[in-house]
Design a protein around this ligand. Sequence first.
Ligand code: MLT
Length: 201
Amino acid sequence: GIDAFAHRFEPGAASAAPLLLLHGTGGDENDLVPLGRAVAPQAALLSPRGNVLEGGMPRFFRRLREGVFDEDDVRRRAAELADFVAAARTRYGLAAPIALGFSNGANIAAATLFVRPEALAGAILLRAMVPLAVPPKADLTGKRVLMLSGVVDPIVPAENVNRLAAMLRDAGATVRHEVLPGGHGLSQADLTLAKAWLTGA
Ligand code: MLT
């Protein structure tokens, strides 16, 4: 339910799709609010804090080490996040949100698309990787996904992010994948591309 996640909510116009902001490892519910406002000035922003702590750093699911995930936990936490989104939609009167996730937040967004597709209208995945080696069979027809990866990202190999794009397309999503110069960190190009993609939504 709504109390499952500490979160921040910023109201917006009913005409703009709400954004579900999902931070990276060590972030919190405040981290992505400026980015969300910048890419979608009118949108309601729903920003939960990840419930898993790794050495004191909030995340959205457990990992065994960098890039190696506890997939049972990924599934469970994605379902928990989807339940939170449903409760928040009722509480705040929201349409299905578009996820805007960075790193670990992008990974839980991708997992949620496969585990509970109805929770999200689409997703912007910044530096995502494959969250589940064999995801549940999902119908993602009508979901729009923007993936932005970094060509020299030390955490996300090109093979891995390309595989995620193919998995989403195979499930029926409309995927745009851009490979940006740079690594795991975000740049102005991420903001510009995300904003333009949302405007075309
Ligand atoms: C993850 O654990 O989701 C990925 O390794 C990205 C990260 O959080 O560093």
